[in-house]
Design a protein around this ligand. Sequence first.
Ligand SMILES: [Cu+2]
Length: 156
Amino acid sequence: MKHVWIAALFALSGLAQAAGPQVEMWKTPTCGCCKDWVRHLEDNGFDVKVHDVADTSAQRAALGIPSELGSCHSARVEGYALEGHVPASEIKRLLKERPKAVGLAVPGMPLGAPGMDDPAYRGVKHEYRVLLVDKSGSYRNYRPYPGNQTDRNAAR
Ligand SMILES: [Cu+2]
């Protein structure tokens, strides 16, 4: 009987570890950097459910992210929208602070953002900002990430 109890405790602790924040994301089937972003989230304890769609713009609109802030994939975590290559650390901060907002966006696909850091990019990091987007579609700077290029034109 005692053994059964201990086994149950182990099973429960295992379950608790696997159940990180759940992210549901939409991407196109051929998007490589989207897959790299999924791996980044999984490496940081998130549980990601992926949907392949022909075009992510409908999902982006449904989540409340303006098209001008668009990137290659759209996602949802605990009621918040996530657009593009948002770092896991900012998602964790969002879930901790729980601001009144639609969610976070990293517009475009800046080199050096998580999932945009393939070795093929040779360590190039462009400066980018994680934006906190509100219901009206306006946004503010949630966190700036510095780049490592002194001459931005030379990096392109
Ligand atoms: Cu991308």
